[in-house]
Design a protein around this ligand. Structure first.
Ligand code: SAM
Length: 282
C-alpha cells in the first residue's frame, strides 16, 4: 500500500494535474521537501495538533505536516485543480487529511475545529495581511499560526520600536500575539519565482492583550501616528486630538518624539486617553 514516503515528487504531481501557477490566485509553489520540513519544524511537536492549512496548492506543506506527525490536517483551497491533486495525498494519509474547496476569506473557520488549531499557510502575498488580521482580531482560540509573508511585511509584523519597519502592523499584532521570525525564503525557492523573498513567522495569540486598551482606539491612534510617521507626534496627532500635547502628556509620551519611538505600552496608554476623550463608541 502506498504511503507518504512513496509519493511522487511534488513537481510531477503539479505537472500531471496541469497546475501551472495562476497569478490571480497568488500561486508560487514550494517543491523542495527539505525546505518544507524545515518550515514545519518551527511548529514543534504536532502529535496532538489539528492543523488548518490555508492554500495547500499541490500539497508541499501539507505533506510536511503529515510527515511531521500532525494528528489531523484540514486543508482549505480555492483552486479546484489543486483539490484534485491533493486527493492522492489524502489517500495515503490514514484519514488524517481533509480537503475543503473554499475561499478562506469567506470560510467559517471556527466550525472546522474542536480544539485550538495550528493555522498554517504559504499564503498569497496579496491576502496574507488581511487573513492575519482577521484571525488575530477574531479572538478565536488558536494554538499558534505558522504563516509565510512577503519578507518586507514579515519584518514589519516582527519589528521592534526604533526600527524603520516598526509600524501600525507591528503594534496591533504584537499587542495581541507573541511573534517569532523563523526564517526567510529566497525567491528562487518558489515556482515560479516571485520578485521578492518571503518570511515565515510563528505567531502565538496571547491569553490576553499585552496592555489594556480598546482596539478601535488603538487603531485610531496608531493610524494617525504612523500615517505621517516623519512628523513628531504633536503634529501627526493634530487631527485626532483637539489638544495633542495634553493627550500625549496624559499618556506619559514626549510630544516631540516620532511614532517609531513609541512602544506598545505607550500606544495603549494613548488609546486609553483617546477613549476617555471621545467616549467608547467609535
Ligand atoms: N502551499 C502551497 C505551496 O507552498 O506550494 C501553495 C502556496 S501558493 C503561494 C498560495 C495558495 O493559496 C494557492 O494554492 C492558491 O490557489 C491558494 N489560494 C489563493 N487564494 C485563496 C483563498 N482566498 N482561499 C484559499 N486558498 C487560496
Amino acid at each position: 500500500m502506498a504511503d507518504l514516503d512513496s509519493l511522487p515528487p511534488l513537481r510531477d504531481v503539479a505537472d500531471r494535474h496541469g497546475l501551472r501557477a495562476r497569478r490571480s490566485l497568488g500561486q508560487n509553489f514550494l517543491f523542495d521537501e527539505n525546505l518544507l520540513d524545515r518550515i514545519v519544524s518551527f511548529s514543534g511537536d504536532l502529535s496532538n495538533a489539528h492543523v488548518i492549512e490555508i492554500g495547500p496548492g499541490p500539497g508541499g506543506l501539507t505533506r510536511a505536516f503529515l510527515r511531521a506527525g500532525a494528528q489531523q490536517v484540514t486543508a482549505l483551497e480555492k483552486d479546484r485543480r489543486c483539490v484534485a491533486a491533493l486527493q492522492e495525498l489524502s489517500e495515503v494519509s490514514n484519514g488524517r487529511l481533509e480537503i475543503i474547496e473554499a475561499d478562506v476569506l469567506e470560510a467559517d473557520l471556527p466550525r472546522l475545529f474542536t480544539q485550538p488549531p495550528v493555522i498554517a499557510g504559504n499564503l498569497p502575498f496579496n491576502i496574507a495581511t488581511e487573513v492575519l488580521m482577521q484571525l488575530v482580531e477574531s479572538g478565536m482560540p488558536i494554538a499558534h499560526m505558522l504563516l509565510m509573508f512577503q519578507k518586507e511585511v514579515g519584518h514589519r509584523i516582527a519589528a521592534q520600536p526604533g526600527s524603520k519597519s516598526y509600524g501600525r502592523l507591528s503594534v496591533l499584532v504584537q499587542w495581541l500575539c507573541a511573534v517569532e521570525a523563523c526564517l526567510d525564503v529566497p525567491p528562487e525557492a518558489f515556482v515560479p519565482a516571485p520578485k521578492v523573498s518571503a518570511s515565515v513567522l510563528r505567531i502565538t495569540p496571547r491569553s490576553c492583550p499585552l496592555y489594556p486598551a480598546q482596539i478601535n482606539h488603538l487603531r485610531a491612534v496608531t493610524k494617525a501616528a504612523f500615517g505621517q510617521r516623519r512628523k513628531t507626534l504633536r503634529n501627526s496627532l493634530g487631527t485626532t486630538f483637539a489638544d495633542p500635547v495634553s493627550a500625549l502628556e496624559a499618556a506619559g509620551i514626549r510630544p516631540d518624539l516620532r511614532a517609531e519611538k513609541i512602544n506598545i505600552k505607550g500606544f495603549c496608554a494613548l488609546a486609553r486617553v483617546h477613549q476617555d476623550i471621545v467616549g467608547t463608541d467609535i
